[in-house]
Design a protein around this ligand. Sequence first.
Ligand code: ZN
Length: 162
Amino acid sequence: MPGVPDVQLSSLYQQLILEHYKKPRNRGALEDKTVEVHMRNPACGDEIKLQMKVEDDIIRDLRFLGDGCSISQASVSMMTSMLKDRPLDDAIALARRFTEMMHGDPEAAKDRSLKDLRALQGVSKFPIRVKCALLGFDALQQAVLQSRTATGDQESAPSEGS
Ligand code: ZN
């Protein structure tokens, strides 16, 4: 039977991961995408192609195609389920928070804004699997970057920092 994570997670969290793995949200091709990012994690054989439709710095829609272990696919499924109609800034904030959790930050692990993604917190103890969990978010950050570059002629420079 495929799909059973080889890491020890609480059964509730494990169930949630398997549920997303077996019934991924937003899986498939996006017809009117404005950006597409393809990411691979050769260490595990995971692959994710993230497609988004971005308008006025809002993610109007997003879908993914992918293949790989349950952690990589569940992570991207959870991610896509949280970002429809959200600004690019929210996507970056989510990616940052999730990355903090995957690097073992206990505050991030308690952050309810991570929703289902908190099920992956136990993975942070297995460095080799952290890459699996972060693959979709790496794609997301790249997609946001490309979306911003594509519309670089608006306004002046966006205010960074603070
Ligand atoms: Zn993997």
